[in-house]
Design a protein around this ligand. Structure first.
Ligand SMILES: O=C(O)C1=C[C@@H](OP(=O)(O)O)[C@@H](O)[C@H](O)C1
Ligand SMILES: C=C(OP(=O)(O)O)C(=O)O
Length: 462
């Protein structure tokens, strides 16, 4: 895989690389991370469809949530920032949108956000008029055919700007304000977000929705369970008792006042720092019960040799004398962080069940292999994942491919390998705009972290 050209700013000047701090001693830190992207963007969608005003407390504020807020405003929702008690920004108050009598055209920028490009088109069908969807250059390569075909099967017109039949971004959804719904068969093997997208809006279809998946297994099932859980929490009846079938009853979506859990997937790189530096990282407010896939960290990191305990809502992870390799199945969006740790492990590892990562922010399997091997590692792609064998790593530049999780994987490698730089650390703004500052704050709490050669290792440079 060829690495993309060095990132440039708006004036065309190459963006400086971020010198990943090296941990010369064990990290010892307590870290709080911002709200969950997946929960924030689900609750925003539901608030836009709800039967009254809703409030999100301590939501995520990042590029993906900003894109979702803009998209829902384009559809007619009113979203206002109000003071809250979250450490990472204001709360959000949302007034739902109503299909206007008069049809109008609107444009929606999906950026590179899977939740926006998959969750919003079905909503646009409930609006009156054409909604044009587009996004970043790589967004046009992400799988979208299933949502387009699903809308067409539901009787909603979807067309490219030149009138041809699209299978990816850009395209326009011609909303009429209502969708009949009923039985719908899709192939969601490329992304769980196709299922979540249709379930989120299904209660607002006249006949509700009976969604059936056919094809290879649906990936990232935890994210579908999250969708079902969130829907039930706002009074929507969902029957998921038969595998690959979800039945959503028609009815109102109840307005809500909801606190958003912190993003446990994004807690991953900080927890990984405990293993990479043989130190200790504590995350307070770890939910006792959650549908977030990031709760899997407790099992994954223990299998890698860390001591993991959850007491009084604080998750504490202490790295062992070495990182153990192993077989890690279905790690979904956790995979880039897992892969970075496997590249530092004393034994071989296999990551399975993640073929669909080829359709994420970048082709993550190719990107991880290229970047781990660029630092002297020994990684290889398989049909459905990666094999990573132990190798001595050396200094070098990790390319980000506009992928927040590639950038944070580079930061983890840099803790254990002196002289690692990360190209375009600012891409972490997709889900965690404060990442460089949070990483620096973690290291300043109790480790002998060493900055990069120019003494800029622990700060944001952009
Ligand atoms: O619904 C969601 O919030 C997500 C679902 C998953 O998508 P895929 O099923 O495409 O992996 C996950 O990887 C993504 O980061 C977020
Ligand atoms: C796959 C991811 O994002 P998206 O929501 O854009 O699919 C991710 O955050 O790892």
């Amino acid at each position: 895989m060829t690495a993309p050209a060095a990132a440039r700013d708006e004036s065309g000047t190459p963006v400086q690389h971020w010198h990943a701090p090296f941990a010369a001693g064990p990290v010892d830190a307590t870290v709080t991370v911002p709200g969950s992207k997946s929960l924030t963007n689900r609750y925003l969608v539901l608030a836009a469809l709800a039967d009254g005003p809703s409030r999100l407390r301590a939501p995520l504020h990042s590029r993906d949530s900003a894109l979702m807020i803009d998209a829902l405003r384009q559809l007619g929702a009113t979203i206002t920032e109000v003071p809250g008690d979250g450490a990472f920004g204001p709360d959000l108050e949302v007034l739902p949108f109503h299909a206007a009598a008069e049809a109008s055209r609107t444009r929606i920028d999906c950026g590179l956000a899977g939740t926006v490009m998959r969750f919003v088109p079905p909503l646009a069908a409930l609006r009156n008029g054409a909604s044009l969807f587009d996004g970043d250059p790589h967004a046009r390569k992400r799988p979208m055919g299933t949502i387009i075909e699903a809308l067409k099967a539901l009787g909603v017109a979807v067309a490219a700007e030149d009138g041809s039949a699209p299978s990816s971004l850009p395209f326009a959804v011609e909303g009429t304000g209502t969708v009949r719904g009923g039985h719908l068969v899709i192939d969601a093997s490329a992304s769980s977000q196709f299922v979540s997208a249709l379930l989120l809006v299904g209660a607002r279809f006249d006949e509700g929705l009976h969604l059936e998946h056919v094809g290879k297994p649906v990936p990232s099932l935890d994210h579908i369970n999250m969708t079902v859980d969130v829907l039930r929490g706002v009074g929507v009846s969902v029957d998921d008792s038969v595998p690959n079938h979800w039945v959503v009853a028609p009815g109102p979506i109840r307005a809500f006042d909801q606190r958003i859990e912190q993003d446990l997937s994004n807690a991953g790189p900080f927890l990984a720092a405990a293993l990479a530096s043989k130190g200790t990282v504590r995350i307070p407010n770890w939910p006792a019960e959650t549908q977030q896939v990031g709760d899997l960290w407790r099992g994954i990191l223990a299998r890698m040799g860390a001591k993991v305990s959850l007491a009084d809502g604080v998750l504490t992870v202490t790295g062992g004398p070495e990182i153990r390799g192993g077989v890690f199945a279905d790690t979904s969006e956790l995979a880039p962080t897992v892969a970075a740790l496997c590249a530092l492990a004393s034994g071989p590892s296999r990551l399975t069940g993640i073929a669909h990562l080829r359709g994420h922010e970048t082709d993550r399997l190719a990107a991880l292999v290229t970047e781990i091997n660029r630092l002297g590692g020994d990684a290889e792609e398989t049909n459905d994942g990666l094999v990573i064998r132990p190798a001595a790593l050396h200094a070098g530049v990790v390319h980000s491919y506009a992928d927040h999780r590639m950038a944070t994987a580079g930061a983890i490698l840099g803790l254990a390998v002196p002289g690692v730089q990360v190209e375009d650390i600012a891409t972490t703004a997709k889900t965690m705009p404060d990442f460089p500052e949070l990483w620096a704050a973690m290291l300043s709490q109790g480790s002998s972290a060493q900055p990069g050669p120019e003494g800029r290792g622990s700060g944001a440079e952009h």
